[in-house]
Design a binder for this molecule. Sequence first.
Ligand SMILES: NC(=O)c1ccc[n+]([C@@H]2O[C@H](COP(=O)([O-])OP(=O)(O)OC[C@H]3O[C@@H](n4cnc5c(N)ncnc54)[C@H](OP(=O)(O)O)[C@@H]3O)[C@@H](O)[C@H]2O)c1
Length: 274
Amino acid sequence: MQYVDAHGARIPALGFGVFRMSDAEVDAVVPAALEAGFRHFDTAQIYENEAALGRALALAGAQRDGLFLTTKVWVSNYSETRFAASVEESLEKLGTDHVDLLLAHWPGDQVPVAKQVDWLNEVHASGKARFIGVSNYNRGQLRQAIAASAAPIVTNQVEMHPYLDQSALAALAAETGTALTAYYGMADGAVPRDAVIGRIAAAHGKTAAQVGLRWLIQQGHIALSKTARPGRVAENFDIFDFTLSDDDMAAISGLARADGRLVDPAGLAPDWTA
Ligand SMILES: NC(=O)c1ccc[n+]([C@@H]2O[C@H](COP(=O)([O-])OP(=O)(O)OC[C@H]3O[C@@H](n4cnc5c(N)ncnc54)[C@H](OP(=O)(O)O)[C@@H]3O)[C@@H](O)[C@H]2O)c1
């Protein structure tokens, strides 16, 4: 496993995400993920599978201190009364007394960034989150969050895949020492079917899915991989034994399109150009 170091956090560069997975799918796939070597698991309050993830990890005998666990606070819990209380509920469901990383899931348009950051810091100070970060923040919001936060903002988790140019956000992340965590790395299943990526993959004896994940971690980002199919888990983990050339990297980056963004929910998403 490779790690990404950000402000004292040592984050496994490849994580396993459980978005859009039923409890039964989580039960079935998590043992395979552990077996393949995944130790970084990413869930969220809104996925409604924190309890299933906690149970599956415990049943598989995973050692808590060998895991890197992330959850995200949903926007409906962005209030004085609900933020910390909702994290308590998440910990209860996950069967742990702390997460490794706690994120504010979306900036939204209701609650100022400074408040979201205050509440993240409160949880951090209580020891219930080793590290804190944000998700789906634009550049302006990331700068604001960093300026407002007592504890470092170790990551911004955002949509990242070959069809979306995130170079401006990546430049700010590099400047501020913030890790970028890539979600939708497979572009919701399009990367494994891509002809250009498929040709590059064939030359390396790899699959397009593996090349998509490798392209992310080779840029120094953290990649989240999700599959509900235990048979695909080992494939998605096996990305550390080859290197994409500069030409490969450029060809994949060249797939970016103006309309490449897939996730842009009204009321949650910010102005991505700001
Ligand atoms: N912060 C946020 O707002 C946010 C938003 C979205 C996602 N996330 C996180 O990022 C993680 C990944 O995102 P995602 O799951 O939504 O999207 P994704 O990784 O872009 O796509 C997953 C899709 O790719 C398919 N797939 C996976 N491995 C494959 C392989 N080897 N060959 C062919 N197809 C493959 C999966 O199908 P099968 O399951 O059938 O294999 C699934 O349809 C999530 O689980 C979550 O933890 C965060």
